[in-house]
Design a protein around this ligand. Structure first.
Ligand code: ATP
Length: 262
C-alpha cells in the first residue's frame, strides 16, 4: 500500500509535442517528451534558455494545450476536458506560483491566501481552517496577516503567493521561476518553504528554474534540451547541476538525430 502511495504520479505528459506557429517559422518547443512528476516530491525542470521548460510546465498544468500527446493531472486526461472543466481543474487541483507574485493589492495577506478557496465557494470547515493556520506558520506570516502586499518585502510577498498556492490542498503546485525576482536570501527562504511544504506537509511541487542553487532544493531535476527530455538527476546538488548545465553549453544542447553540430 505504501509503495502504491509513493509511486502516485501527480502530473505527467506522454509523447508531448508542442509546435508554435506554422510553415517555415514553426517552432517545435516540445518534441516528444514523456515525464511523470511523482506525488509527494519536489521536482525541478532545468535546461538551456529556449529548451521548452515553460512550455512543458504550461502544458502539464493545463494553461496551454499540446499539439500532440497527452497531459494528465492524476488520472485526468486534460485533452478530454472542455474549457469550463479545465478552468475548474486548475482552480481545484493545481496551485501556481509565478515570478511576479500576482497578489491582489487591495486584499490583505489573509484574504490573498484564501482567495482561491473563497472564489471556489469552499466551506470554511475546521479542517481547512487548521490547514490554513498551519500554512501561515510554515510560511512565517502570522504577524503580517492584516497587511496589504505593498507593505511587504518581495520575499514576503512571494511567501504569501506560496501559501495561496497550497491553500486549497491542490494535487500539485507548479512554480515558474519563483525566485527570479528575489535576492538570494529571500530566494533561499522561498525555496526552503517549497521544500518544507513537500516534506512536512506531503505536497507536490514542480518548479521551472534557471538556477542550479534553486534546483538543488528539489528531490530530482529533469533536464530538457531542444524540446526533449535528456536527463534526470535524483538528489541534486548545485555543483552537480551546474556541471550538467555546462555540458549543455559545451555541446550546444542536445541535437536531434541526424542533426550535426551548428
Ligand atoms: N508563444 C510562442 N510563440 C512562438 N514561439 C514560442 C512561444 N512560446 C515559446 N516559444 C518558443 O518555444 C521554445 C521554447 O520556449 P520556452 O519558453 O518553453 O523555453 P524555456 O526553456 O522556458 O526558455 P527560458 O529559459 O528562456 O524561459 C523557444 O524557442 C521559444 O522561442
Amino acid at each position: 500500500m505504501s509503495t502504491a502511495t509513493r509511486t502516485r504520479t501527480a502530473a505527467r505528459v506522454v509523447d508531448a509535442v508542442k509546435v508554435y506557429g506554422g510553415g517555415d517559422t514553426a517552432v517545435r518547443a516540445l518534441d516528444g517528451v514523456s515525464v511523470g512528476f511523482e506525488a509527494g516530491r519536489f521536482t525541478a525542470i532545468m535546461g538551456p534558455s529556449g529548451s521548452g521548460k515553460s512550455t512543458l510546465m504550461h502544458c502539464a498544468a493545463g494553461l496551454d494545450t499540446l499539439s500532440a500527446g497527452s497531459a494528465f493531472i492524476g488520472d485526468t486526461d486534460l485533452s478530454a476536458l472542455d474549457d469550463r472543466r479545465l478552468t475548474l481543474l486548475r482552480r481545484d487541483r493545481i496551485g501556481f506560483v509565478f515570478q511576479g507574485f500576482n497578489l491582489v493589492p487591495t486584499l490583505t495577506v489573509a484574504e490573498n491566501i484564501t482567495l482561491p478557496m473563497d472564489l471556489a465557494g469552499a466551506k470554511d470547515g475546521d479542517a481547512s481552517r487548521e490547514w490554513i493556520d498551519a500554512l501561515v506558520d510554515v510560511v512565517g506570516l502570522r504577524d503580517r496577516l492584516h497587511h496589504r502586499p505593498s507593505e511587504l518585502s518581495g520575499g514576503q510577498q512571494q511567501r504569501v503567493a506560496v501559501a495561496r498556492a497550497f491553500a486549497g490542498r491542490p494535487d500539485v503546485v507548479f512554480a515558474d521561476e519563483p525566485t527570479g525576482n528575489l535576492d538570494s536570501r529571500s530566494g533561499e527562504e522561498v525555496l526552503g518553504l517549497l521544500g518544507r511544504a513537500v516534506r512536512q506537509m506531503d505536497r507536490t511541487v514542480v518548479m521551472v528554474t534557471h538556477d542550479p542553487v534553486a534546483a538543488a532544493h528539489a528531490d530530482e531535476v529533469v533536464f530538457l534540451a531542444d524540446g526533449r527530455l535528456v536527463d534526470r538527476m535524483p538528489d541534486p546538488t548545485a555543483d552537480k547541476v551546474l556541471d550538467r548545465m555546462k555540458a549543455f553549453d559545451a555541446s550546444g544542447g542536445a541535437r536531434r538525430e541526424g542533426e550535426g553540430p551548428s
